[in-house]
Write a protein that binds this ligand. Structure first.
Ligand code: PLP
Length: 558
């Protein structure tokens, strides 16, 4: 039998002390350091964390809550095992996706958010952390060209959440009263084929329905086909449907395609007047990836004071020119946990006109136990009740750390590395880059058997239904090449390139597979990227041999 009071004493030691106690504070900090030390021991030269004691079976498969209170050290030791096998995003060879390494200040922002645990549902629970949310909103409004006083921002659950808010507000504009009555008429969402799949989940969850997402095909630069957009928009309006949201993707996830936002807005406006619409369809810019290019809005590309190479300069200015139009959208999304280099999850929804937010207000009486400040009353309009304060603290830490110039330098470097990679891939006639006209740090390419001219083979597969079989065979070849590359990378040999199953569809509707390099690490160098093509040729050799041995033929196309 143990007296509860003796256990309570131990439980108290598991919390940071509420009042100054140097000894216990030292213990707390020491505990954090020890945990970090244990994780660091899993690091090697490979882009993934290894396993403790060399074994792979570190983790217990926990199923039951333990019977008794354990202790701080033991429980931390247990959870550290779960990091085994994690990709180290800052590793130059970690090129899986748009996942950033996180900076030290943003980590600290997150950590103090975790310790003091602000909840941005209201001022009582967040004190000045709510100000951080507002200040980040104003900084970003100024950055992208919204009025910092007319706009309003809030942090939410990921890039998906930012699209969710945009669509919800748009739905309320198109079909007033749905907040109360539910949707009673057909509402549609319009987005491009290469827009993020969250367009579907959001429409499903909002009750709009996935069947009411109108998907616009994309051009070879992976941006929305504007003529088809206009046609589909008019058809929708003429059919009597309400347009809840038009989503312009400003930097697609896979290929960094950028939709023509000015034309989209112009066509929207023309339709409002042509059809005498009683509402203006909401244009939401899904710029969760592309927003950061706005640090170049006032960069003097002619002067080029940061001394970027000519071709990098061209790529940066091409993207920047399009991103400069962001302010035309009625709302936008920003993911700090992508191109802002903070920990997950840190996403900001920015609304151009603050009064639009009132469309989704709940009544103050409906949240009786949460005090709302006149200046700060997120509890009235956010979908979420609890919203942790770590996200804006991390975001603010990074904005203040990098400044415009810091982000310009980092982006410039990543784009330069991607350019180097493309250049070294282009040397090989059997490799073709499939997002040539997109100028971010993501490179999509396809590999073909030796002797095949990749470019013409790809063009045929893209346009000509007679090549559907070829397309599928080469899709499979690329899957296997990527599999080999990935396995090798985990062993510390080469980069962790990933696979996208359908970066876009062929003209006749078949999915096109591509191998993806997403460079996000400031530690990436010329050596890193120049080693990649040789590794690909090695993978191709091994794969072709295996395919031949299994009697599975990958015909040479073209
Ligand atoms: C990643 C991404 C999303 C979804 O964001 P989450 O933070 O993963 O919810 C939406 N749109 C685009 C263009 C994205 O790249």
């Amino acid at each position: 039998m143990s007296d509860y009071k003796s256990i309570l004493e131990k439980i108290r030691l598991a919390f940071p002390t509420p009042t100054t106690d140097k000894v216990h504070e030292a213990y707390f900090i020491h505990t954090i350091l020890r945990a970090l030390d244990q994780v660091d021991e899993l690091k090697s030269s490979a882009p993934v964390l290894g396993y403790r004691d060399g074994g792979e079976s570190g983790c217990q498969p926990w199923e039951q809550i333990p019977e008794h209170f354990s202790n701080v050290e033991w429980s931390i030791h247990q959870v550290i095992d779960y990091l085994s096998g994690m990709t180290v995003w800052g590793h130059p060879n970690a090129q899986t996706n748009v996942v950033p390494p996180t900076t030290i200040p943003s980590i600290v922002g997150n950590l103090i958010g975790a310790i003091y645990n602000p909840n941005m549902v209201g001022i009582e629970y967040s004190s000045k952390v709510g100000l951080a949310e507002q200040e980040v909103s104003r900084i970003c409004a100024n950055l992208i060209g919204y009025s910092p006083t007319e706009s309003v921002g809030l942090f939410t659950f990921g890039g998906t959440g930012t699209n969710f808010y945009g669509t919800k507000i748009g739905l309320e504009k198109a079909c007033p009263g749905t907040l109360q009555t539910g949707i009673r008429e057909r509402a549609v969402v319009i987005a491009s084929e290469t827009a993020h799949y969250c367009k579907l989940s959001i429409s499903a969850w909002l009750g709009i329905g996935m069947d009411n997402v109108i998907i616009i095909p994309t051009n070879e630069n992976n941006s929305m086909d504007i003529a088809i957009f206009e046609q589909k928009l008019r058809e929708a309006i003429e059919s009597g449907a309400k347009v809840a949201a038009i989503v312009a993707t400003m930097g697609t996830t896979d290929s960094f395609g950028i939709d023509p936002l000015p034309e989209i807005v112009e066509i929207r406006d023309r339709c409002v007047s042509d059809y005498q619409l009683a509402y203006t369809p909401h244009v939401h810019a899904d710029s969760v990836i592309g927003w950061i290019w706005s640090v170049f809005n006032d960069y003097d590309f002619a002067k080029n004071s940061l001394n970027f190479s000519v071709r990098t300069l061209r790529r940066l200015s091409d993207s920047a020119r399009r991103i400069k139009q962001l302010h035309l959208a009625d709302s936008i999304g920003i993911d700090f946990h992508k191109t802002g280099f903070t920990p997950y999850t840190s996403s900001l929804f920015l609304l151009k006109k603050r009064p639009d937010l009132e469309l989704i207000n709940r009544s103050e009486e409906s949240i009786p136990y949460i005090k709302q400040d006149a200046q700060y009353c997120p509890g009235i309009y956010t979908l979420e009740a609890s919203r942790g304060g770590a996200a804006p603290l991390a975001a603010l830490a990074n904005l203040l750390l990098f400044g415009k110039e810091g982000y310009q330098v980092l982006l410039g470097h990543l784009v330069e590395m991607a350019e180097q990679l493309r250049e070294s891939l282009q040397v090989f006639p059997n490799i073709t880059c499939v997002n040539t006209y997109n100028h971010g740090s993501v490179t999509l390419f396809r590999v073909y058997p030796e002797g095949v001219d990749a470019e013409s083979a790809f063009r045929n597969e893209m346009c000509n239904p007679a090549y559907a079989d070829e397309l599928e065979k080469h899709n499979e070849l690329n899957r296997r090449v990527q599999e080999y590359l990935y396995k090798e990378a985990l062993e510390g040999r080469g980069a962790t390139l990933s696979l996208t199953e359908n970066y876009r569809s062929s003209d006749y509707g078949k999915p096109i597979v591509a191998i993806k390099s997403y460079i996000m690490s400031p530690f990436c160098t010329l050596d890193t990227v120049e080693a990649i093509p040789a590794k690909i040729q090695e993978a191709l050799g091994v794969t072709m041999k295996a395919l031949q041995a299994s009697g599975d033929s990958v015909r040479t196309g073209g």
